[in-house]
Design a protein around this ligand. Structure first.
Ligand code: BG6
Length: 504
């Protein structure tokens, strides 16, 4: 029996209940919370969708998802039968206002059954363009007026640009208070990303050197080997900059760049993060080409397999100019970071699946050792591997054993796999639990989302007004277009990729 306090009674409505996100991520996450006894004593999950399902058929579909995608499969745990009793399905046309009454009915019934008013959570696992309409129809049900208990969870992308994000914020805030709106960025739920806060603020060691006096530059890489995986329709309206940089990567920049929080209060953390976004230097339209690089993958070979180019993917236009790769150099204009470049890159069909953050320190101010001792001397570097490896490596110089004084770089490594049992919760588990508990620390506030859009708008506008002349410009299984190498090489640096610690 776990010794922790469970969240209060909760009733979850999942719009997009028959969709992929629920199938692959949400249901497995809720199931794992159930196994770990983190689900409330009283809870129900209602999947909402247009497709017809009986409750049993719906449960069978979710079980299939769990067996495919959950970190723990059903056979080993045998908790499915008990968990599935809490799941039902509501077939409904989300465009028909009349049908929303069914939701109000379910809330009333459950309230009587539980003998208390539960948290009512509306999870928008639907295409982004449907969110405003659904939210508008939830408003008149009057369930939302209960600011203590009602919550709406909105997936990314939050808006398509600054203006639409602003309008969506306005609409949601006309019906919900900010405290009721949970804008998800799943990167913030990852263990390794949360650990950045522990590393920075639970250790006295790093803070004194965490600034422009000691740090030369920061690099963030979020690389994927997959292509658009049948999501061409969505990706055609997005691209790498919108899909990854506006949210996940800028959030990582915030975690690395933020000032020390006074407490772990949700608003305190978010204030410190939004300060970073507000301090990021705005790139003018004329400068975009020297700060940002875009790319699109061609067809070619990926680990011995022939793969199509982006323009040949399903639902993608044959002359699409959408970016499947983006690299940007940011500056944070404040006392801590002035003139320290933050290089970020992300892309599909790259050589490795890896998300890593490198903090590159400046060289030691004076080499006291003889020149031959220092031939392989490298400045210190702190590497945070977010995934799939989960580790932190600190590179420092050591004397190579032997009679001569030869130095070479070595790594001090903390690996999650070696230190713990390797069964960390998935990001969605952490985030769903936070929603039920009413803890918004790891969620995006309206001003954060808009500040992030403001940063990338000049790049998006410049790219839209000047179509690329060289697309597709990188081969699968590469590290993206040559221009991305040039972006960082111009400053006398290069992208860092590390060998994995654990070879399978
Ligand atoms: C999503 C993007 O937000 O993040 C996807 O829409 C991307 O395109 C995914 O593949 C990457 O997430 P993760 O957790 O695998 O790094």
């Amino acid at each position: 029996m776990q010794n922790h306090k469970r969240p209060p009674a909760s009733l979850l409505f999942i719009f997009g209940g028959s969709g992929d996100l629920n199938f692959r991520k949400l249901s497995p996450a809720l199931y794992n919370l159930f196994i770990d006894e983190w689900m409330p004593e009283k809870f129900d999950i209602v999947g909402i969708g247009r497709t017809a399902f009986t409750d049993d058929a719906y449960r069978a579909k979710l079980l299939d998802g769990i067996n495919q995608f959950s970190r723990r499969k059903e056979e080993k745990n045998g908790k499915w039968v008990a968990f599935s009793q809490h799941i039902s399905y509501l077939q409904m046309d989300a465009e028909n206002e009349e049908e929303y009454k069914n939701i109000a009915e379910i809330v009333k019934t459950k309230e009587q059954q539980y003998g208390e008013h539960p948290n009512v959570i509306f999870y928008m696992a639907v295409a982004p363009q449907l969110v405003p309409d659904i939210a508008k129809k939830l408003g008149p049900l009057n369930i939302c007026a209960d600011t203590k208990c009602t919550r709406i969870v909105v997936e990314k992308p939050f808006g398509h640009d600054l203006q639409s994000a602003h309008e969506l914020n306005k609409l949601l805030m006309s019906m919900f208070d900010e405290e009721q709106i949970y804008r998800i960025d799943h990167y913030l739920g990852k263990e390794t990303v949360q650990n950045i806060l522990a590393l920075r603020f639970a250790n006295a060691l790093f803070e004194p050197i965490w600034n422009r006096n000691y740090i030369d530059h920061v690099q963030i890489t979020a690389a994927e080997t997959v292509g658009v995986e049948g999501r061409g329709g969505y990706y055609e309206t997005s691209g790498a900059l919108r899909d990854m940089v506006q949210n996940h990567i800028l959030q990582l920049v915030c975690m690395i760049g933020m000032e020390t929080p006074v407490s772990f209060d949700a608003n305190e953390i978010r204030n410190k993060k939004v300060d970073v976004l507000n301090a990021i230097r705005k790139i003018s339209s004329e400068e975009v080409h020297s700060y940002a690089v875009r790319g699109q993958y061609s067809d070619g070979w990926m680990k011995g397999e022939k793969v199509p180019g982006y323009r040949q993917e399903k639902s993608v236009s044959a002359d699409s100019n959408i970016d499947t790769f983006a690299a940007v150099k940011f500056y944070i204009d404040n006392w801590r970071w002035q003139d320290v470049p933050f290089y970020v890159r992300t892309g599909k069909r790259l050589h490795d699946k890896t998300t890593i953050i490198n903090i590159q320190f400046k060289p030691a101010p004076h080499y006291a050792f003889p020149a031959e001792a220092a031939e392989t001397w490298r400045p210190n570097r702190l590497t945070i591997s977010v995934q799939p490896e989960m580790d932190i490596r600190l590179r420092f110089q050591a004397k190579r054993p032997g009679q001569s004084m030869t130095l070479n770089p070595v790594d001090m490594i903390f690996s999650y796999k070696d230190a713990y049992d390797g069964n960390e919760p998935e990001a969605y588990e952490t985030l769903l639990l936070d929603v039920m508990e009413g803890n918004a620390t790891l969620f995006m506030r309206s001003d954060q989302v808009e500040a992030a859009w403001k940063i990338i708008m000049p790049i998006l506008d410049a790219w839209e007004s000047r179509p690329p002349v060289d697309f597709p410009n990188y081969a699968p299984d590469s590290w993206g277009p040559e221009d991305a190498e040039a972006l960082i090489a111009r400053d006398g640096k290069n992208w860092i990729t590390l060998p994995p610690l654990h070879q399978e």
